[in-house]
Design a protein around this ligand. Structure first.
Ligand SMILES: *Cc1c(COP(=O)(O)O)cnc(C)c1O
Length: 423
């Protein structure tokens, strides 16, 4: 594998951009090598600046459910570009995308378009606070909701009720109103809800967690969250930035049968462009300005080029719902390969993680943290040398797209077996 140009670019990038990257995980910090720089991508393949080709299981961390540069999406984007890049005035496309989102997820009676998942969750939390008149929120350790101040919070050591910022620059005061519970642990949620009776605006959760590796909800866990939020007059927010349009057209509410009050979407909904959304019950969303008192705005919100990519992507998914069956089947095949290699595999639809905790179970963040990071880094480099790009961190999901053919899945399974001595 040649990497001269990538190495040179990374050196220069590190002088100009913090860590050389515009989002930390891209720096390959956990896998002991420099990142490759991408020149272009097509279907399941990424091509780097040194002429190497990689089978891509990162898929831009989620958006790429159709593979890269799908002709229909590219065409829609090009046509939109020719008509002007941004207007700061409403367009028919925004109405169409809102309608499509609602058609897929009927709980989303009203929706607001924004530009990133971070913005979507931050805004949904503000709406929950505005609507309920309460200040606190409950989130889960290991769930990621973007990098807004109030959500970069983890549980303080031992004491579940004491929250500490997960980043420098976040005032402890912000963290104080974010309570952190343990994923899949009903008692931890109940304790926080009782101790903070009448003060919790919302419980925000990844209905299938995918930012500590993939950790599906245990049977009954989401149902419990639904029950206790109703009981305490708090709202339930499903952060579906990854799971939306990924677990199926209807996302987690369809996949699990549990319904939230508010939803956030990102990644797939923008078809590879910077677009995200939050929405839900009409009475709650009616509190958003200019209709209501919760302020939220954006110069590039509902950007016509991003909206065109989103519409094209959702239409392809709606026109060929068998896509979900195909990517589910391929992910199942991959999961079997990792299990045969002795790893612990969690999977939900086309999302999966192979954890380096042999024989163990991964049901929450603490479990995920027990993984053997060195063994993971070894495996990552082995796969990359074989032209297969899996996430450069144990805590990121593997994404299967419709461009990953059965044949490519077979090749990947053989590369896994080769590394773990199966063949
Ligand atoms: C990626 C992600 C976000 C943040 O989205 P950005 O577009 O990166 O700001 C929020 N929530 C979840 C569940 C995510 O996976």
């Amino acid at each position: 594998m040649k990497c001269d140009k990538s190495e040179q670019l990374f050196q220069k990038a590190r002088r100009l951009i913090p860590g050389g990257v515009n989002s930390p995980v891209r720096a390959f910090g956990a896998v002991g090598r420099h990142p490759f720089f991408v020149e272009r991508a097509q279907g399941p393949w990424l091509y780097d600046v040194d002429g190497s080709r990689y089978l891509d299981y990162v898929c831009s961390w989620g958006p790429g459910i159709l593979g890269h540069a799908h002709p229909q999406v590219v065409d829609a984007v090009q046509r939109a570009c020719a008509g002007g890049l941004t207007f700061g005035a409403p367009t028919a496309g925004e109405v169409e995308l809102a309608e499509l989102i609602g058609a897929c997820v009927p709980d989303v009676e009203m929706v607001r378009l924004v530009s990133s998942g971070t913005e979507a969750v931050m805004s949904a939390v503000r709406v929950a606070r505005g609507y309920t008149g309460r200040e606190k929120i409950v989130k889960f350790a290991g769930n990621y909701h973007g990098h807004s101040d109030g959500l970069l919070v983890k549980a303080g050591s031992g004491l579940m009720t004491q929250s500490v910022p997960d980043s420098a620059g976040v005032p402890p005061g912000y963290a104080a109103s974010t309570l952190t519970a343990v994923y899949n642990d009903e008692a931890s949620v109940r304790a926080l809800m009782e101790e903070n009776h009448g003060q919790v605006a919302a419980v925000v959760v990844e209905p299938v967690a995918a930012n500590m590796g993939v950790v599906p909800p245990k049977k009954g866990f989401l149902e419990f969250l639904r029950r206790i939020t109703k009981e305490k007059s708090s709202l339930l927010i499903f952060d579906e930035v990854i799971t939306g349009f990924r677990l199926g057209l209807g996302g987690a509410s369809e996949y699990t049968g549990v319904h939230a009050d508010l939803y956030t979407f990102g990644k797939i909904v923008g078809g590879g462009m910077p677009l995200a959304a939050y929405g839900g019950r009409r009475d709650i969303m009616s509190s958003v300005a200019p209709l209501g008192a919760v302020y939220q705005a954006g110069t590039l919100s509902g950007n016509p080029v991003a909206v065109a990519a989103g519409i094209a992507t959702l239409k392809i998914l709606m026109d060929d719902p068998d896509i979900y069956e195909r990517i589910d089947r391929r992910a199942r095949t991959l999961a079997a390969a990792y299990r045969s290699a002795g790893l612990t595999v969690n999977r939900a639809g086309s999302l999966l993680s192979a954890f380096f905790v042999p024989g163990g179970q991964v049901e929450n963040y603490e479990d995920a943290c027990r993984c053997d990071r060195e063994a993971f880094a070894d495996y990552f480099r082995h796969m990359l040398e074989r032209g297969i790009y899996v996430a450069p961190s144990q805590f990121e999901a593997m994404f299967v797209s419709d461009a990953h053919s059965d044949e490519l899945i077979g090749e990947t399974s053989r590369a896994v077996a080769a590394h773990f001595g199966g063949i």
